[in-house]
Write a protein that binds this ligand. Sequence first.
Ligand SMILES: Nc1ncnc2c1ncn2[C@@H]1O[C@H](COP(=O)(O)OP(=O)(O)OP(=O)(O)O)[C@@H](O)[C@H]1O
Length: 226
Amino acid sequence: MTEVVLDAVHVRHDDREVLRGVTLRLTERRVAVIGANGSGKSTLARLLNGLVVPTSGRVLVDGLDTRRRGREVRRRVGFVFTDPDAQIIMPTVAEDVAYSLRRSGLSKAELGTRVAAELHRHGLADHADHPAHLLSGGQKQLLALTSVLVTAPRLVVADEPTTLLDLRNTRAVADRLAGLDQHVVLVTHDLDLVAGYDRVLVVDGGRVVVDDVPAAAVPAYRRMMA
Ligand SMILES: Nc1ncnc2c1ncn2[C@@H]1O[C@H](COP(=O)(O)OP(=O)(O)OP(=O)(O)O)[C@@H](O)[C@H]1O
């Protein structure tokens, strides 16, 4: 089990308080975060792997404080961004996945085996030597996810990973996330995606205002937005 604790977290950017006192303990395998534009969802997501550190309060991942143990936290928490182009670094698909393992200490042969297995698992084996920039948007997002998963994180945080995708690719990425063994925290505006989740957090004005199962949280959010 992976445990994420947010303890009285405030995040300030310049004079703006973006998160205003968030206290949470997340242990469920599937947690979704929904809320209006600018409510603080991305900031909340970025706290979980130490991309953002609290202005006050603290965030602990399996007891590791993101402020002091950022590197260890990032080894446990993988992050998938909205735009895969921001995440894909290397020229070919296989090289990009291998790049994630550059500090793993694996031999070249072990690395090749691991990359091939991960590409196969995510339906990208036929594209191993293709230029990454020629993939479709959906394939790029699957590649970004693969490059995160190959490092075997315990938790995958995905910040609106389907926003740029068409319906079919949205489904493909959502299904892939749904099928993971890992814990997932998904930030999304697509309310259909959260149906099978264990817990939904609704963020509004920098606070978590609803924390419930989808069947209760989604209607509450719709009423807030009406
Ligand atoms: N690094 C930063 N510097 C200044 N302001 C920031 C920074 N990051 C976020 N903000 C501000 O904090 C607020 C919350 O941003 P955040 O990206 O967390 O919201 P969000 O709920 O993810 O929004 P969206 O649904 O539009 O992606 C916004 O008003 C944003 O402009």
